[in-house]
Design a binder for this molecule. Structure first.
Ligand SMILES: Cc1cc2nc3c(=O)[nH]c(=O)nc-3n(C[C@H](O)[C@H](O)[C@H](O)COP(=O)(O)OP(=O)(O)OC[C@H]3O[C@@H](n4cnc5c(N)ncnc54)[C@H](O)[C@@H]3O)c2cc1C
Length: 374
């Protein structure tokens, strides 16, 4: 058996690595022309209750520990005036260590046999050949047939159409992403407001917020969260970075200048990232020879779990295939049942709160956080 995986994101690569650990060959087809084709986005917290289990299954715990950015589990919550509502320091014992997404992907790529990933292979179409076999066609006109096809091709998966008609819908909120470089020297007040890890600034309404974190060095990476219709964002000209930043900042009028500087003083053009999601609780009937992992299966608005779930999906599918030699259908059925339940079940509040704050959090803050989640 050679498993055909579409997509070299963290879900697809974790699957390929776990299969490799168990001696099962896989080929990953990826649309991007090379591993360096695109910057891979910011920091990710990898949780002890899901993402880290995948790292263990991949046999890469030591390599992962090398990537962890010290101190980044610190957290500050501010109000719109910049007043500190809550602060947690990072003593190194937390269950959500932070790593750079690009480095995590590189770790997985380095742990695969040479040639596992075929770069520059954008899937254009997929079709059933019968008897559990499928054919995948690529943009360059080439095609491959496979006995086991796994769609790890993210939000706009091409493979998904073999299993369900469901497509993602806009969830009502978007992030506008900005970066400040050399913040300690160039923007000291803002750097101090963000602190050593992550910072969340609330203004009293769940429709606006500023979330920032300190990446490697003193780069500040910000997601400005705005709940607005897509048409509202469409009226902003994001090809004019200064005008777009000013328009977004206008929604935060009266907020502390060290907070709005995260929007107005960005060193990169602001990037709009609308949140899309598949229907909650999505399932499908078993179709022989094909399944999905990660966002392709259960895209949700960003909630800090997406990468963790994608990696755990990849790890569990790899382990299920290894545990059922010669019976791919039993392996996929076992994997899908657990994945459907996991994707439909939000992380337990108590687990999440303890993981975020430990056990010494003021009740007022717990109410705030519960309100935000609700
Ligand atoms: C703004 C934002 C912030 C986020 N922050 C976090 C966070 O802090 N923590 C967290 O856990 N999650 C976060 N997420 C969610 C997270 O990014 C996803 O859940 C996660 O990347 C899913 O992994 P995946 O491997 O399933 O898909 P992806 O990471 O999307 O990988 C899919 C891969 O498939 C490739 N591909 C796509 N189409 C094709 C095709 N037709 N042919 C071949 N290849 C194809 C893509 O190029 C890509 O490499 C965030 C999401 C967004 C939008």
């Amino acid at each position: 058996m050679n498993v055909t995986i579409i997509g070299a994101g963290l879900g697809g690569l974790t699957l390929a690595r776990v299969l490799h650990v168990h001696g099962i060959p896989a080929t990953v087809y990826e649309a991007e022309p090379s591993p360096m084709a695109r910057t891979q986005g910011g920091m990710l917290d990898i949780h002890d209750y899901n993402g880290q289990l995948a790292v263990e299954a991949a046999g890469l715990v030591a390599e992962f520990r090398e990537l962890v950015l010290e101190g980044r589990q610190a957290m500050r919550i501010l109000d719109r005036d910049g007043n500190l509502l809550y602060e947690k320091t990072d003593d190194g014992t937390g269950g959500r260590p932070e790593v750079q997404r690009g480095e995590l992907r590189r770790m997985l790529l380095d742990a695969l046999p040479e040639g596992t990933v075929r770069w520059g292979h954008k899937v254009e179409g997929v079709r059933t050949l019968g008897d559990g076999r499928h054919e995948v066609t690529f943009e360059d006109g080439t095609a491959v047939g496979t006995d086991l096809l796994v769609g790890a091709d993210g939000a706009w998966s091409k493979v998904r159409s073999l299993l369900t008609d469901a497509t993602p819908d806009y969830e009502g909120t978007a992030f506008v992403e900005t970066y400040l470089f050399l913040a300690d020297s160039r923007h000291p007040e803002t750097a101090e407001a963000v602190g050593g890890g992550s910072m969340v600034a609330h203004g009293g309404s769940p429709d606006e917020g500023i979330n920032a974190h300190r990446e490697s060095g003193d780069t500040l990476h910000t997601y400005v969260a705005l709940t607005r219709p897509l048409e509202w964002f469409a009226a902003i000209d994001f090809t004019d970075p200064a005008a777009a930043a000013a328009r977004v900042a206008a929604e935060f009028e009266g907020w502390a200048p060290e907070l709005t500087a995260l929007i107005t003083d960005g060193d990169t053009a602001p990037v709009l990232r609308p949140h899309y999601a598949l229907p909650a609780g999505l399932r499908w009937d078993r179709v022989p020879g094909v399944t999905l992992v990660g966002d392709a299966a259960h895209l949700a608005a960003p909630n800090g779990e997406g990468v963790n779930l994608a990696m755990l999906d990849g790890a569990e599918l790899g382990q299920a295939l290894a545990a059922h030699p010669g019976d791919v259908e039993a392996a996929i059925a076992q994997y899908e049942e657990a994945m459907f339940v996991r994707a439909a079940t939000p992380v337990d509040d108590a687990v999440l709160l303890e993981s975020l704050f430990g056990d010494d959090v003021p009740e007022s803050l717990l109410e705030l956080v519960r309100g935000e989640q609700g």
